[in-house]
Write a protein that binds this ligand. Structure first.
Ligand SMILES: Cc1cc2nc3c(=O)[nH]c(=O)nc-3n(C[C@H](O)[C@H](O)[C@H](O)COP(=O)(O)O)c2cc1C
Length: 363
């Protein structure tokens, strides 16, 4: 345990020291669940808050970064999903629309109208992020070119790339990322996988951290199933320099999630979640419900992200409004039963206190 730093201030050159953080704790970016208030509360409490910007227009990204700067003077992170523009096949869309009809009927929705666009344009979002130049930027679903990483560095932004395997961590290091976020298979939300097969790339965090630590020099951030100070200590012991928590922060009032989602978090168990691509066209971990069960046999035929995500948008939003969790995407990680509902600043203080307790190892 000689290089594990649990009881002192951040060591020089470490993730926390480079970003001037009090604690090696990152609130993970969460589309639809990491509003500015959550992000800035985390930053002001000594962690790194992350704002998920993928659903925003370029202009809205610039506005959001301006707003965050008025609410915190601490470093913060802004996250995008790396998306390729791909024209979906008409037959794939028609099949998805047919499969979604029973769920629309159950919610009293009429026939679907095709969305005008399936997502924001990634290249335009990237340009906006470069212009806004937040202290930290993070990416998932793909990889940037070394040129783009260098452009962020020229603007003073540190770059975090997300990896689900050792090969992906190495790839991010090679394009110049400052830090790599390792996403274990326990994690809630979408898989970041961009190189390998999705099942083979579902590596548990306990095996992913030490193998990645042996393969890359950049500081590692561990994500997936970490819910308390013990979990953070374990990640640091295995070779990470920080922990990123998503599900733990979902339970904070500042996450702003729908009451039906919050209620499901409160009763979920260790075996309540599964990976599904039925909501979005990309594998993601969430609490199982009627929708995931009924769509499971058709999963592989559905269009890829962001097409399926756009096609299910109205169903997910209407279900949330009508308090019908059986049709909602209830993203959560395998540690969900350990979530503790409390304000974000209190959660950071609690995690920090737990991390500082000496971790005796008895056997
Ligand atoms: C609701 C939800 C939305 C998420 N959205 C994003 C996202 O937009 N970008 C991203 O990089 N990660 C996203 N994630 C992953 C989290 O940032 C984090 O890495 C993950 O939740 C860690 O695993 P845990 O949930 O077990 O703590 C999301 C996770 C959840 C639960």
């Amino acid at each position: 345990m000689s290089n594990v730093n649990l009881n002192s201030t951040p060591q020089s050159g470490s993730f926390a020291a480079q970003l001037d953080l009090r604690y090696p704790i990152v609130q993970g970016p969460m589309n639809g669940a990491s509003p500015i208030e959550l992000v800035t509360q985390v930053c002001n409490a000594g962690g790194l808050g992350s704002f998920a910007a993928a659903l925003l227009s370029p202009a809205a990204i610039i506005e959001a970064v301006k707003k965050i700067r008025t609410l915190t003077t601490r470093p913060f992170n802004v996250n995008l999903l790396i998306l390729e523009t791909r024209q979906p096949a008409e037959a794939e869309i028609a099949l998805a629309e047919k499969l979604l009809l029973p769920f629309r009927d159950a919610l009293g929705l009429g026939l679907a109208t095709r969305p005008q666009k399936f997502s924001e344009n990634f290249e335009e979002q990237l340009a906006a992020l470069l212009e806004a130049a937040p202290p930290v930027v993070s990416f998932t679903f793909g990889i940037l070119s070394a040129d783009t990483v260098a452009q962020f560095h020229a603007k003073g932004s540190k770059v975090i790339g997300t990896a689900t395997t050792v090969a992906e961590a190495v790839a991010w290091e090679q394009v110049g990322a400052d830090f790599v976020c390792l996403q274990g298979s326990e994690a809630g939300g979408h898989r970041a996988t961009f190189l390998g097969d999705i099942e083979q790339s579902s590596v548990g965090l306990m095996t992913l951290i030490p193998q990645a630590a042996a393969a890359v020099k950049v500081p590692l951030i561990a994500a997936g199933g970490i819910m308390d100070g013990r979990g953070i200590a374990a990640a640091l012991l295995l070779g990470a320099q920080a922990a990123q928590l998503g599900t733990a922060f979902l339970a904070c009032p500042e996450s702003g999630i729908a009451p039906a989602w919050r209620a499901q978090l409160a009763v979920a168990r260790d075996d309540s979640t599964r990976l599904t691509r039925s909501f979005s066209g990309r594998h993601a971990r969430g609490i199982t419900n009627t929708y995931t069960e009924q769509m499971a046999p058709h999963e592989s035929a559905l269009p890829v992200y962001p097409v399926q995500n756009a096609l299910t948008g109205e169903i997910r939003q209407t279900a949330a409004k009508l308090n019908r969790p059986e049709f909602m995407s209830l993203w959560a990680g395998q540690g969900v039963a350990m979530a503790r509902p409390m304000p974000a600043a209190e959660l950071i203080a609690t995690l920090a206190a737990e991390l500082k307790v000496p971790h005796a190892i008895n056997y």
